[in-house]
Write a protein of this length. Structure first.
Lengths: 254, 229
């Protein structure tokens, strides 16, 4: 029991930290919203993983990739606003999952269950998060400049397509990792809330980026500790911890 | 390309989304010149700057002198305030070392305490000056300046042009400047291109900016004529 708790806590801190860090890049230009629909779209993959008993992140990953390709293709073909497209994909994902998701597994799929994470899964998740942290650190400044202005980035000879591709792939990985912790419904919270809190507090980029990372990790830890104490599901508790930190951040806004 | 010529554009055409934005434009820029691109809103001025920077597709010929370094000051950066960014961070996006950033800030009249200021806290005039300073990182020989059309009060605007004029004089910088403001042209530029999709005049301002050519460029809207001192 004690080991299981520490395992969950370790996984939560790493995924939460990586999600917060990446989220600080996604907050501008409304990209944080995209993580929501992508999370929803993973539900069929999570359902398959639960039915056949393999890692939910592995089940989720191909569906996130599918979602990113679909959003990208639809945006090019239809010129509909990103919000409309993500809503279409989001609804389709949920609808499809409920055709075959076993009802007794519904809660795990929707809001996650990190409390039963196994050792192999935990190691893979922590390594995945570490890898993501390194990748995001590498692309961070270039993506910030692209977010500020693609023209300015181009005039600085930044290969925008290459960086956007790495950025989207990172989003895919964090969504796939995040569903393990908070399920298909709550992934947007993992990237959006810590970054929003950090933005309220920071006066420069380091405070913002590393603040978001720290808040993401702390929220995950708090949620898992509250789960241990209360027995409520960990996923929603992680998101609520994060939301409380956000409320505090508003009160002490700089 | 002749010696002393920094940029040569021959028969440049820009078509975006099946719409012709710039038609048959030819001009050249010599070292140390200040060329103003003048025209009403929507005339294709900013598009021309972006085309010269290689950011947009075009037909025709655009040739920069070999090895030339270009600094670009965009018209506005609406997303920049979404991110908590200090001035030091902003310059670091261009890999400018802290020492160089301090020197450039000093050259545009900002003290070193500005390094830690948040971009979001700057006034529009200060922000414009920071953008110019940012474009000066790496010592460019040419500055492309896209005039901000909104958000700068008259006083601030005047300071920017005075500042640009001083900078240009001190450093022998070549400047390409987009504006719809006639007073800037008379005060500051050595050459002017009137652009309203087609080129409508080209040459030294006091020779080519006649009431007649301005009337053609702006339609009936011109209310401002040359000051003769």
């Amino acid at each position: 029991m004690e080991n299981q708790f520490l395992l969950s806590l370790g996984v939560g801190i790493f995924i939460g930290g990586a999600a917060g860090y990446l989220g600080s890049l996604m907050l501008s230009r409304r990209m944080a919203l995209v993580a929501g629909p992508l999370g929803h779209l993973t539900l069929p993959g999570i359902a398959l993983a639960l039915i056949y008993g393999f890692d939910v992140s592995l089940g989720a990953f191909p569906f996130v990739i599918l979602g990113i390709v679909l959003i990208w293709l639809l945006e090019m073909r239809t010129k509909l606003p990103m919000e409309a497209l993500t809503a279409i994909i989001f609804a389709s994902g949920v609808a499809l999952a409920f055709l075959f998701l076993p009802m007794e597994q519904a809660q795990t799929a929707l809001v996650g269950d990190i409390s039963r994470v196994r050792l192999g899964e935990a190691v893979a998740s922590i390594l995945g998060s570490l890898f993501l942290l390194l990748v995001v650190r590498k692309i961070y400044l270039s993506i910030v400049l692209i977010n500020i202005s693609e023209e300015l980035a181009k005039s600085e000879k930044i290969n925008i397509k290459k960086y956007n591709f790495i950025y989207l792939a990172s989003i895919a990985i964090i969504v796939a990792l995040g569903v393990k912790m908070v399920g298909g419904l709550l992934t947007a919270a993992l990237v959006a809330i810590p970054a929003s809190s950090a933005r309220n507090w920071s006066r420069n980029l380091d405070q913002y980026a590393y603040g978001a990372m720290a808040i993401g990790a702390i929220s995950a830890a708090l949620g898992i500790i509250f789960f241990q104490v209360s027995g409520f599901p960990a996923g929603p508790l992680i998101v609520l911890s994060s939301a409380v930190i956000f409320l505090v951040s508003i009160a002490f806004r700089r | 390309m002749d010696k002393g010529i920094i940029l040569q554009a021959i028969n440049v055409n820009v078509v975006l989304d099946h719409q012709t934005i710039i038609e048959n434009l030819s001009f050249e820029v010599k070292r140390g010149e200040v060329l103003t691109i003048l025209g009403p809103n929507g005339a294709g001025k900013s598009v021309l700057l972006k085309t010269l920077l290689g950011l947009l597709p075009y037909q025709g010929q655009i040739e920069w002198a070999k090895g030339i370094k270009i600094g670009y000051v965009p018209q506005r950066l609406p997303f920049i305030k979404d991110i908590p960014l200090s001035i030091k961070d902003f310059f670091y996006l261009k890999k400018s070392p802290e020492k160089e950033t301090k020197e450039i800030l000093d050259s545009v009249g900002f003290g070193q305490d500005f390094l830690w200021r948040k971009i979001g806290d700057l006034s529009s005039g200060q922000f414009q000056r920071i953008l110019i300073a940012w474009a000066l990182v790496g010592n460019p020989q040419v500055l492309l300046f896209d005039e901000p059309t909104t958000g700068i009060d008259m006083g601030g605007e005047e300071t920017i042009y005075n500042f640009l004029a001083k900078l240009q004089k001190d450093t022998d910088l070549t400047v390409l400047l987009v504006t719809h403001d006639l007073s800037v042209v008379y005060k500051f530029s050595t050459e002017v291109i009137c652009l309203n999709r087609h080129p409508m005049c080209y040459g030294p301002p006091r020779e080519v900016l006649t009431p007649d050519s301005l009337q053609k460029l702006y339609g009936g809207e011109v209310k401002y004529y040359q000051h003769r001192h």
